[in-house]
Unconditional design. Structure first.
Length: 435
């Protein structure tokens, strides 16, 4: 399995980055060479800070290479929910920060060509137009156009789709690798532990005034309690050749539904989503749709991805926990990692340079979030820990489940994944499992 982004990136110029040897010091250390880490490091360097990126493998080899790379402030039906739970001002701030992220990508794309295209974004429903009407009212309350349109070009019957104008899509690795050319990066540098402003690796230590954890899932288990505040979702993508040309970016109002976007002559169809370690539609659901809608289309690429989900679908960006002014985190992008990464770069840069940000309270990892999803996370972890027999995850000891479709062992508690020999594919686990 390989995404269209990683396949085409093989032909791109890639900076050769050394592995860390010995001890070094810097103003800012960013751990993680995905979109959130690279954007944060780039912004810090542009501001004049000495900044280092430490990447366990190679830049862009993690979650970023498997995104569908939609750049939009339309994150499903989120605005009505934010207004209900946190008020109109919070929803306005969320909208403004994500619209700014879209604009920031447009600006970067002018300097670093990355197949950026302006597109309208649509959230559709197959069975409940009332949900769209409610979200449209939230749009109006926020000063947005609230156009509900028909979608005859989609391969499934829908009740309508709510449009957000002037969003975008791009090639994520083209931008990531271009930005990485400007940065001081150590690849094959696995940070094992962070304490008191020092990142420890097998080959040396990195002393930093500020450390950003941009590792998708935070590498520090306790304190912070991210294992209670996060869960992970698995979703799937097929890239089809030979379909009608589709303009716009589409996502179902339900998490288990389908998404669509075009890249050049290919149609990217996403879906089959499920909690990592559980059962879901997977590639079979995508292929079934493709066979019915476009029987003459050919499958060019297939891949899967993993998303960290927050309790309220708003990312956790900011100080890692109380009392750690020099340690920061960006996680829980809840399937919208491109704009979330750009928001994180701006927010974290403000915190590091000035000690404050207007966005701090909205995205704070320390915000109170008791509720049903928290109880579900705790219940899943308890069930996994108490399950008898089978291989165990090296993160917290939950029982692993075999993922026959991808040939991996997956943790239903916190989303770690291991290959058939037990090597870690996705965190938060750090050590090999006995499978």
């Amino acid at each position: 399995m390989e995404s269209v982004w990683s396949a085409s990136a093989k032909e791109m110029q890639r900076k050769t980055c050394p592995a860390l040897q010995g001890n070094i010091k810097t103003d800012v250390l960013v751990i993680g060479g995905g979109m959130a880490g690279i954007l944060t490091a780039y912004r810090m360097q542009q501001a004049g800070a000495r900044c280092i990126v430490a990447e366990a493998k190679v830049v862009g080899s993690g979650i970023t290479q498997n995104t569908t790379a939609k750049v939009t402030a339309q994150h499903g039906l989120i605005y009505g929910d934010i207004i209900k739970k946190r008020g109109l001002d919070a929803a306005q701030m969320y909208l403004t920060s994500n619209q700014q992220a879209v604009a920031d990508f447009c600006t970067l794309a002018e300097q670093y060509p990355c197949n950026f295209e302006a597109q309208n974004a649509y959230v559709y429903t197959t069975d409940n137009r009332d949900k769209l009407e409610q979200e449209a009212q939230a749009y109006q309350n926020l000063g947005l156009a609230a156009d509900i349109v028909e979608c005859p070009s989609l391969p499934i019957p829908v009740e309508g789709a709510l449009c957000m104008h002037n969003q975008g899509q791009f090639h994520p690795l083209r931008l990531l690798l271009a930005l990485a050319e400007q940065l001081n990066i150590y690849e094959h540098t696995f940070v094992q532990h962070v304490e008191d402003g020092i990142a420890y690796t097998e080959a040396g230590r990195i002393h930093a005034d500020h450390i950003v954890l941009a590792t998708h899932y935070p590498m520090i288990n306790i304190p912070g309690l991210y294992f209670m505040k996060l869960y992970q979702h698995r979703s799937y993508v097929i890239a089809l050749d030979g379909t009608p040309r589709l303009e716009g970016m589409y996502v179902d109002a339900y998490p288990e539904g389908f998404s669509f976007r075009r890249y050049q002559n290919l149609l990217l169809v996403g879906g089959g989503s499920h909690k990592t370690g559980k059962q879901g539609g997977g590639f079979a659901s995508l292929r079934s749709l493709a066979k019915q809608a476009w029987p003459n289309a050919s499958e060019r690429y297939i891949w899967a991805t993993q998303d960290c989900m927050s309790l309220d679908n708003i990312p956790y960006i900011g100080r890692h926990r109380a009392g750690t002014g020099q340690l920061y985190v960006a996680t829980g992008m809840s399937k919208w990692g491109m704009t979330g990464s750009m928001v994180a770069s701006r927010l974290l840069c403000d915190l590091i340079l000035s000690g404050k940000s207007t966005l701090e309270a909205l995205y704070s990892p320390r915000r109170p979030m008791a509720g049903g999803q928290l109880a579900s996370n705790i219940g899943s972890a308890a069930a996994g820990l108490l399950s008898i027999g089978g291989p165990r995850c090296t993160h917290m000891g939950c029982k692993l489940h075999k993922n026959g479709e991808e040939g991996t062992w997956d943790c239903p508690c916190h989303g770690s994944r291991f290959d058939e020999e037990g090597h870690v594919i996705d965190g938060p686990a750090k050590k090999q499992a006995h499978v």
